[in-house]
Design a protein. Structure first.
Length: 182
């Protein structure tokens, strides 16, 4: 028997809004900043575009929400490159925190719990978040209090200080909790 694949909607790609340049600037007057960074004051848009063409550059709208909009005379390609580099540096500075998962069963043996405890402590020392799940199957779902108790005992056995990012809550497969190094 063949499995049917479901057609899931593809995530929509959000396009970045580019700055308006030269003839795409539709307002009648703009505040102009020269290539050297000097403020040239308020001008007609057509005059500002002519000034930019004389300097062999582009008129780029920097602050469209200002009254009147602020435009800078610059090389648009260089400006795009500079902005892309800044975004790349911002992305590199961000600290990425992984979420690791540990699953224990309702009847997991003591030695296995010790091994999983060591794994959880290792993840916490590395600075990762740890999602701890206790899985309930079949008739085990009737003993939810015992399962919650087992999960709490496991959490108490972890020696490294931690705090809850998400408290223990009931899920479709059992109980889950998210802890982070504290």
């Amino acid at each position: 028997m063949r499995r049917r694949r479901h057609n899931r909607p593809k995530p929509k790609v959000q396009l970045k809004e580019h700055a308006r340049t030269n003839e795409k600037i539709l307002v009648p007057q703009v505040m102009v900043i020269d290539i050297d960074g000097e403020n040239r004051g308020v001008m007609d848009t057509a005059a500002a575009i002519l000034l930019a063409q004389e300097q062999e550059a582009d008129l780029v709208e920097v602050s469209p929400l200002a009254k009147p909009p602020v435009c800078k005379i610059t090389d648009y390609g260089k400006l795009q490159y500079k902005v892309a580099k800044q975004e790349q540096q911002q992305k590199a500075k961000q600290k990425k925190i992984e979420t690791k998962g540990i699953r224990i069963g309702f009847r997991t043996d003591k030695h296995d719990l010790l091994f999983k405890k060591a794994q959880a402590e290792k993840f916490l020392t590395r600075g990762s978040k740890v999602r701890i799940e206790i899985i309930l199957r079949g008739r085990e779902k009737a003993m939810q209090e015992k399962a919650r108790e087992n999960l709490n005992l496991f959490l108490k056995s972890i020696a490294i200080p931690y705090r809850f990012e998400e408290e223990i809550k009931r899920g479709p497969m059992g109980f889950t909790g998210l802890i982070v190094p504290g």
